[in-house]
Design a protein around this ligand. Sequence first.
Ligand SMILES: Cc1cc2nc3c(=O)[nH]c(=O)nc-3n(C[C@H](O)[C@H](O)[C@H](O)COP(=O)(O)OP(=O)(O)OC[C@H]3O[C@@H](n4cnc5c(N)ncnc54)[C@H](O)[C@@H]3O)c2cc1C
Length: 259
Amino acid sequence: MNVAVCVKQIPDPAGELALDPGKHTLVREGKLILDDSDAYGVEMALQLVESAGGGDVILVSMAPHGETSGLRTALAMGAARAVLASDPLLAGSDALGTAKVLAAAVKRVEPDLVIAATESTDGYTGTTPIQLAELLGWPAVSFAKHVEIADGTLKVQRQTEAGYDEVTCPLPAVVTVTAGVVEPRYPSFKGIMAARSKTVEELTVSDLGVDPAQVGEAGARQEVVSVQPADERKAGEIVVDEGDAHERVVAFLEQIKVL
Ligand SMILES: Cc1cc2nc3c(=O)[nH]c(=O)nc-3n(C[C@H](O)[C@H](O)[C@H](O)COP(=O)(O)OP(=O)(O)OC[C@H]3O[C@@H](n4cnc5c(N)ncnc54)[C@H](O)[C@@H]3O)c2cc1C
């Protein structure tokens, strides 16, 4: 069984982040790292392939400047190879443009299953994987907290506000996994060394057979018109127990409608 994992490579959130002053989009000039959200998908794919007893985990990514740092991390975890869409024509792609490119890359891989994160850490629209499924014409199951494959059928526990739904669907399919679905493994030294020689196939818009008018700035139907800094986190209130702490905590929880 072959599983493709969508892997977004993002600017390190612990580093200095900058916005393009004209376009208000994130500057992605330096080294990009594996989005933490996607480490869960890579781990899930490795476990599914291991329990199927054969097959490969193939990474699919779209990133500028032929960036592979994040891909190498996922290859060091155990993925077999990667397909990277990278082309100056892709600059300015919105989520739908990204999904079109990922769909073309997935078609080359012909996997039984595509795994993506529920949302990325930097853009977090949470729309790309579902658009990808629609473009492929495959079923999509989102918010998976448990995934298994039995008799060629995908079985998913889908997280809901009240608990979870049990969903089954035929393969091939696209599934999005939530953080914490599995514990991502740390790449071993052997894995890091092996990752250096694994294949990363870099493809342009024309290699992928994608219409340049449908992607990049030319194809974007969204525009970021302004950005505002997020509200500063307010300091919490410390409740000192003078015999009535329980009442004050209950009153607070009622006020924020938790009780
Ligand atoms: C007008 C506009 C211009 C933009 N210009 C640029 C630009 O020039 N350069 C740029 O990098 N971004 C640009 N972006 C941002 C880019 O469109 C989004 O980051 C991208 O479409 C994915 O959306 P998201 O981060 O919300 O992913 P989500 O939908 O939250 O992602 C969910 C999951 O989908 C998968 N996924 C998403 N994106 C990728 C990817 N690129 N490769 C592999 N898997 C992926 C991952 O598994 C991810 O966790 C632009 C956005 C807009 C609106």
